[in-house]
Write a protein that binds this ligand. Structure first.
Ligand SMILES: NC(=O)c1ccc[n+]([C@@H]2O[C@H](COP(=O)([O-])OP(=O)(O)OC[C@H]3O[C@@H](n4cnc5c(N)ncnc54)[C@H](O)[C@@H]3O)[C@@H](O)[C@H]2O)c1
Length: 381
């Protein structure tokens, strides 16, 4: 039974996680080793609850009681009565391992220890603990109050009871919980890779400029943002690091090879919107390219990127990383794709997608374009 939740790390994610649990009635302890972060987080939470009242989403008394359920701890010992601790600190394995070790000396034996890591092995984090059966990944998406997905990632050592408790907990905060095997990028950060990397490849090969590729994917794919606008928004440092870590962790599988065009942006400090420049220029009076609105070109770009995405979703099922149902939920709720990829693939025709990928494979002779057996079996069955 989870009554009290502690969140460690009061940054972007920890603050959002604390807001959600407090809003659902949980007594929530928020701790950060940096006092400034804790103060900023407190101010942000106060502003968010006020804004929700102004917008008529919650009443003044709901805002006050939610905010009063969040207790800001100035020492780690403040988390000792928690039934669940969710860690959302810096993405460094050794730092997370040492925090988990320290936590074990403070909390009760039944307390669940969860990590919000996006890219580290949950199994490696658990290995630092005396009771690794209570360790699990709970991967929330940014911004936490708005994004409806949580990836639940059991470590190799995680007990079934820990998984079941977390599933119920995620249901209770009205989010979609999907179960992912502890593999690099889990579901969303793996399956989404081709959206960026295949688009970068098309751009690097001069098939189309970035404005045209963005146009193609929004116009014909219905994606809210094209890959160049989106990575400018996410920050190229962040997006490139995820790609590089998935590529490295999958033993340099060519399907995930990072793109030089993005690496160069990182090296130049053109990190995207936050730096005023990425693929696009965000300075005042800047002149950005307009898309070449050629329907045939646009559709061919969309179909190529889409085929790579469907193949990646199929591969994720094929490797037993998650179920068909969960990959559909993950991509529609975690990154707001307009449709579940497998369903979308079926709509356009799996045979068409396989033919397209086989054509790319014949042309490039690269393992990057190998068709997942799961997809090939779909057309043979
Ligand atoms: N930002 C995202 O979009 C996103 C999405 C999903 C998961 N994540 C993961 O969530 C975690 C946090 O990311 P974030 O974006 O909120 O980072 P952030 O930099 O905004 O916040 C991290 C906070 O942790 C604190 N901190 C660092 N080391 C600490 C320690 N040893 N003890 C206590 N506090 C410590 C820092 O002072 C900081 O306030 C990372 O593991 C990240 O990979 C991030």
């Amino acid at each position: 039974m989870i009554n009290q939740i502690a969140v460690i790390g009061a940054g972007a994610m920890g603050t959002g996680i604390a807001q959600v649990f407090a809003s659902f009635g949980y007594e929530t302890i928020l701790y950060d080793l940096n006092q400034d972060s804790l103060v900023k987080s407190r101010n942000k939470l106060q502003d968010v609850f006020n804004m929700l009242v102004q917008k008529g989403k919650i009443t003044d008394s709901e805002a006050k009681s939610s905010f009063s359920r969040i207790h800001f701890a100035s020492s780690l010992a403040g988390v000792k009565n928690a039934d669940l601790v969710i860690e959302a600190i810096i993405e460094k394995l050794e730092v997370k391992q040492s925090l988990f070790k320290e936590l074990e000396g403070l909390v009760s034996e039944s307390c669940i220890l969860a990590s919000n890591t996006s890219s580290l092995s949950v199994t490696s984090i658990a290995s630092a603990c005396n009771r690794p059966g209570r360790v699990i990944g709970l991967h929330f998406f940014n911004p936490v109050p708005l994004m409806k997905l949580v990836e639940i990632i059991p470590a190799v050592q995680t007990h079934t009871a820990t998984i079941e408790t977390c599933k119920k907990l995620v249901d209770g905060i009205m989010k979609y919980g999907v179960l992912a095997k502890d593999t690099p990028g889990f579901i969303v950060n793996k399956v989404a890779r081709p959206f960026y990397s295949e688009s970068f490849r098309i751009y690097e090969e001069g098939i189309a400029d970035f404005a045209t590729i963005d146009w193609a994917l929004t116009e014909f794919g219905g994606f809210k943002m094209g890959p160049f606008t989106l990575t400018d928004f996410i920050g190229h440092d962040v997006n490139y690091t995820v790609t590089e870590s998935v590529w490295t962790a999958f033993y340099f599988d060519p399907r995930y090879t990072p793109a030089f065009c993005q690496k160069k942006l990182v090296e130049a400090g053109y990190l995207g919107k936050k730096a005023g420049k990425g693929f696009y220029d965000y300075s005042e009076n800047s002149q950005n390219p307009s898309p070449l609105q050629d329907e045939n070109l646009g559709k061919s770009i969309f179909h190529r990127v889409h085929a790579m995405l469907v193949n990646e979703a199929a591969d994720t099922i094929h490797r037993g990383i998650c179920t068909l149902e969960d990959v559909e939920t993950a991509m529609t709720k975690g990154v707001n794709y307009p449709k579940g990829l497998m369903n979308w693939g079926e709509e356009l025709g799996y045979d068409y997608i396989v033919e397209l990928l086989d054509g790319l494979y014949d042309y490039y002779h690269e393992a990057r374009y190998r068709v997942s057996p799961y997809l090939r079996n779909k057309i043979n069955s």
